[in-house]
Design a protein around this ligand. Sequence first.
Ligand SMILES: Cc1ncc(C[n+]2csc(CCOP(=O)(O)OP(=O)(O)O)c2C)c(N)n1
Ligand SMILES: [Mg+2]
Length: 138
Amino acid sequence: MGIALPGAIAAKLLFPTRHVIAVTGDGGFLMNVQELETAVRLELPLVVLIWRDNGYGVIRWKQQMKFGRTSGVEFGNPDFVSLARSFGAAGYRVEGPSELGSVLSAALSCGKPAVIDCPVDYSENLRLTERLKTFGTT
Ligand SMILES: Cc1ncc(C[n+]2csc(CCOP(=O)(O)OP(=O)(O)O)c2C)c(N)n1
Ligand SMILES: [Mg+2]
C-alpha cells in the first residue's frame, strides 16, 4: 500500500513520453497523498485512478470470509477532486461505469498530474467467493 503514486512518479521520470496511470485503493492513495506535491512540482502529467470504497476493501473481504463480520476497516474520505485541485493537480470524478473511458482520456490529455475519483462496489467479490466455494464442492 502507498506505492502507487510514488511508483508512478518514478515511472514517468524514467519514461516521460509514455502514459503512466497509477491504479490504487483509497486507503493506499491516502498513505502517500503528499506525493501529489512532488508530481505537481516536477510537472509530471501522470494519472492516479482511485477505487473509492471508503474502506480497506480487501481486508474487509477477508474478515467477512473468515469471521463472518468486519472490524476497523471503514473510513471516511476527503473530496478527492477538491484535494487534487488544492495541490494544483487536476481532479475528475467518475459518476457511472460508462464514463470511465472518457474521463480517463480527459485526464491523460490534461497536461498535468490528474486524480480520478472512481466509486466502486466490491460486494460482487463476496458473491464470487461464495460461488467458487459451491463450485469446489460439486
Ligand atoms: C503499508 C501497508 N500496510 C498495510 C497493508 C495490509 N493491507 C493490504 S491491502 C490493505 C487494504 C487496502 O485498502 P485500499 O488501499 O483502500 O484498497 P481496497 O482493498 O479498498 O481496494 C491493507 C491494510 C499493506 N499491504 N501495506
Ligand atoms: Mg479502499
